[in-house]
Ligand binder design. Structure first.
Ligand SMILES: [Zn+2]
Ligand SMILES: [Zn+2]
Length: 320
């Protein structure tokens, strides 16, 4: 029997989002994932659907980002050097177009899921969760997850979206840009902010104003592994999400929490990615007709990236 149809954004255009030599966020991350995906394709029983990348239009980026900032990225891109922020996120020739491909491809997966052309989707270069409406940060130029959430709410008319972020870093862009929006339910696992960039994501932050209680931060201390992740999920996440009825689910599946990542101190195995994607897959089939799109995110040990993300694809291909 065939499993669920999983659309994976696949193409050389996705390799364009690659910072200059010596930077940890380079094209070989996606290349290694594509290689591994080809190796396991046989196990997926025909579930894999290759989705050609799509460039977002400027007006799509403006659903979320501020116009002055978009113009700033265009200018920096034309110049092709220097930094977009204070030193983590360099400009490079073509960085504007490369970022448009990331955003457009996440939106394309969402449209395909909404039209039931695929059941679920995965964009390996998406999940750029640190960018804010008005600035770049932490290797993230445009925040495809932020654009996607705003698109689902404002253009697709959905009333509630669940965003789950398992990257080792707190997804501060998405978290704070939707902090006061009660339509956006957020669960964010990350290494404790006192020990890692961006230094945010404390458990007392639960959403502001009428959105209070719609956000859940789960900071874990360095050294926490698969067991700690699963325990926290069982203790905190299951009850939390039961209180909502999302119409679409987004998973930011950053792979930098795996043991051996050069930038972080968590000790997950790829089982964390399998587990989170499986649980959310089941939940999506229960509450929102299976509408679930996953994105990549961080991950700087190439082998880990390839392993973690193929587990995500497998979990989405396997009917719950
Ligand atoms: Zn499914
Ligand atoms: Zn990260």
């Amino acid at each position: 029997m065939l499993g669920c149809r999983v659309g994976v954004v696949y193409g050389d255009e996705m390799l364009l989002y690659s910072f200059p030599e010596g930077h940890p966020f380079r094209r070989d991350r996606a290349e290694r994932f594509y290689e591994r995906l080809r190796e396991v394709e046989g196990e997926l029983g025909g579930s894999l659907v290759r989705v050609a990348p799509r460039m977002a239009g400027r007006e799509e980026v403006l659903i979320y980002h501020e116009e002055d900032y978009v113009r700033y990225v265009e200018e920096k891109c034309r110049r092709g050097y220097g930094f977009l922020d204070y030193g983590d996120t360099p400009a490079f020739p073509g960085c504007y177009e490369a970022s448009l491909y990331v955003v457009g491809s996440t939106l394309k997966l969402i449209d395909m899921v909404m039209k039931e052309e695929i059941d679920h989707g995965f964009n390996p270069v998406g999940g750029l969760h640190h960018a804010r409406r008005n600035k770049a940060a932490g290797f993230c130029i445009f925040n495809d997850a932020g654009v996607a959430i705003q698109y689902l709410l404002d253009k697709r008319g959905l009333s509630q979206v669940l965003y789950v972020d398992i990257d080792a870093h707190h997804g501060d862009g998405v978290f704070y840009d939707f902090y006061y929006d009660k339509r956006v339910i957020i669960v964010d696992f990350h290494q404790h902010g006192s020990t890692l960039y961006p230094g945010t994501g404390y458990s007392h932050e639960r959403g502001g104003g009428e959105a209070e209680g719609t956000k859940l931060n789960i900071p874990l201390m360095p050294g926490a592994g698969t067991r700690e992740f699963k325990e926290a999920w069982e203790e905190l996440v299951e009850d939390f999400i039961k209180g909502f009825k999302p119409e679409f689910i987004l998973l930011q599946a950053g792979a930098d929490g795996l043991s051996g990542d050069p930038l972080t101190g968590l000790e997950y195995s790829e089982e964390v990615h399998r587990f989170a994607a499986t649980r959310l897959h089941r939940y999506a089939e229960e509450v929102c007709g299976g509408r679930l799109v996953a994105m990549g995110g961080g991950g700087y040990n190439r082998g880990n990236v390839a392993k973690a993300w193929t587990e995500v694809v497998k979990a989405l291909a396997t009917p719950p």
